[in-house]
Design a protein around this ligand. Sequence first.
Ligand code: NI
Length: 435
Amino acid sequence: MKKMMAYSPYILFLSLFPLFTASFSIDYKSYSSELLSLANKDKDWLVSVRRQIHENPELCFEEYNTSALIRRELDRIGISYSFPFAKTGVVAQIGSGSGPIVALRADMDALPLQELVEWEHKSKIDGKMHGCGHDAHVTMLLGAAKLLHQRRDNLKGSVRLLFQPAEEGGAGAFHMLKEGALGDAEAIFAMHIDPQSPTGTISSHPGPTLAAVCFFQAKIEGQGGHAAEPHCNIDPIVTASFAILALQQLISREADPLHSQVVSVTYIRGGSALNVIPPSVEFGGTLRSLTTEGLDQLRRRVKEVIEGQANVHRCKAFVDMKDDAYPSYPAVVNDESLHRHVQKVGGFLLGPSNVKPGKKVMAGEDFAFYQQVIPGVMLSIGIRNEEVGSVHSPHSPHFFLDEDVLPIGAALHTALSEIYLNEHHSSVDGMDLTT
Ligand code: NI
């Protein structure tokens, strides 16, 4: 926790924001130190909550026990909530009920992955694992719930806490939205653990940050027969090969080189004998773009190219964008002004040198659905700690979490929302957070 309590660069940081400090008579040094110390007092509770969730991972839309645990903890703290949203989702609200309302979001689902880390609190369910840190996301938001509840008398508005299912491909956020989970929230924050950055640091990137994503499958139908008589058959293998090669040109020849896009064909399946031309071939993969419009264009062209190639080679093509099983995700576009808020609040809480520039990544996040409705920021919170083995990337069976992040994330969620409300409530008087 040393990193959290280091304030030497803090004074320098304050001097970078004279306008902010002049407008609000808040002693942020005391504010941060009080908040971090409160969060650290909860560390044993946070670790035990996280371990319970880690031991009992649940996949997309099946987070019944996780959801029950969240509701049990909210009951214990004394926070009211609504349930269910999108099957297992929970929405709690803290504060007066009046505006402004700011939302914080955590995802609850695990991965279909066998945990290969041998430790006391390893997943108890074969083939399922919290390998993306969503157990930590839930815990940090519960930690924030407790802190916000303790400090509710000073809140200048309301904080809405969204515990959502099915981030890993099920578009849980889309379904939460459809069922009104955002309410009247005007801004939203979420964080994702990041094993590339040390524990005690955060990073955030303004504008397009994570890709719009979809998946596709194609079936090429020809006419099978003896491999010795290709002229009597219609060869789907050669056709699929042309189609897959033609898809590569969508990025190299059609996409603006300054607009990041990806087309990856990830499997191809067809044929079973050395002397038989099969009747059909299937292949599929994923499309990515840092803009939602770019993904729409790619989707249209992938279909046209595969069908066109099939046509040239006398085959039929059936292209399925898998929208039912894997709804396409929009791009995560972080709001510029909320991004500055994250930098500022992170600087106060963790020290300015622990707030790093974020990176653009071609992975997807259904947090983007909320950002289509209200401004939001998805930030990264560091968990890298070689001493405890917290170095593996998310979705690795060796993924291991530095639990020191839990109080940091709880305090950060709390500060992001408290300071946002303080700056956006309509009254002219500032909140005295030091009392
Ligand atoms: Ni994740």
